[in-house]
Design a protein around this ligand. Structure first.
Ligand SMILES: Nc1ncnc2c1ncn2[C@@H]1O[C@H](COP(=O)(O)OP(=O)(O)O)[C@@H](O)[C@H]1O
Ligand SMILES: [Mg+2]
Length: 253
């Protein structure tokens, strides 16, 4: 069974200037543990798609099925990492409490909750900052806290909306490698949205290119680059260049 099945999802917003079709019969699936990068131009409908997948918005038609159950509200089996980390962490409480917060819905003892949060912080290299406040950390570190929070939740599906768009290039490369490393240790499928072609090819097992609005799937590409990936070695691989060109031409057409 696939972890996620998105079938024929369409969504039109009512706006003051009339109906705005944003998603049009969008169909794709994610296997267990698969890392899918969804690529599309700004305004294509990527965030709208993720909001539909995560039950924050209801599609007009079509269905989203997570591990065999149709989604009709924010499901328990999904963790979301937003683009804007500065708004996704609570500034008035510590890093570890920010992670623990998502575990409150499970009936865990306080000590178990703390343990699970600390394990997640360790896996993103932030155990030493557990009692810091988010605003004491750099942007890249704050986004690592947001990733730790998603990991602590232990969901079969992780959804990330351009999570590295707001950090500098060096930090971004480090976060990409961190994400690959932690994703390699868990069984969750990951749907990762980006508008960066290199990022998509570097991270993905499969790249899905969206058409411009209203978005539908225009191209799907399997990425068979060897793992573990490496910023220098992988990007110098002729296969990387070939995939990159194929994705770019799909975006142009
Ligand atoms: N709640 C909403 N009401 C009306 N229009 C919306 C709403 N959410 C998004 N849109 C519009 O839908 C289009 C796609 O938005 P979005 O999914 O955020 O694109 P992306 O994430 O690919 O940049 C944009 O034109 C945006 O203005
Ligand atoms: Mg967006």
């Amino acid at each position: 069974m696939n972890t996620l099945e998105v079938t024929g999802v369409s969504k039109t917003f009512d706006t003051p200037s009339g109906p705005l079709p944003v998603l049009e019969r969008l169909t794709f699936s994610a296997r267990k543990g698969e890392l899918i990068c969804i690529l599309g131009p700004s305004g294509a409908g990527k965030t709208t798609l993720l909001r539909s997948i995560s039950g924050l918005d209801r599609p007009d038609t079509g269905s989203v099925v997570l591990r065999g159950s149709e989604i009709d509200g924010p499901p328990e089996h999904l963790a979301f990492v937003f683009q804007d980390y500065s708004r996704s962490l609570l500034p008035w409480t510590s890093v570890v409490k920010n992670v623990e917060l998502v575990l409150l819905r499970f009936s865990l003892m306080a000590s178990e909750r703390r343990e699970r949060a600390m394990r997640a912080l360790e896996s993103v290299g932030l155990a030493d900052f557990a009692s810091s406040y988010p605003w004491q950390l750099s942007g890249g570190m704050q986004q690592r806290v947001a990733i730790a929070r998603a990991l602590a939740y232990d969901a079969p599906l992780l959804v990330m909306d351009e999570p590295f768009a707001a950090v500098d290039a060096q930090t971004r490369a480090e976060l990409q490698d961190l994400l690959l490393e932690v994703h390699g240790q868990i069984e969750s499928a990951l749907v990762f949205v980006t508008h960066d072609v290199d990022e998509a090819v570097y991270l993905a097992d499969r790249v899905i290119v969206l058409s411009k609005r209203p978005a539908s799937v225009s191209v799907e590409l399997d990425v068979e680059l060897p793992s573990p990936r490496d910023q220098l070695v992988t990007k110098a691989d002729p296969e990387f260049a070939r995939l990159r060109t194929e994705v770019l031409s799909a975006i142009r057409h």
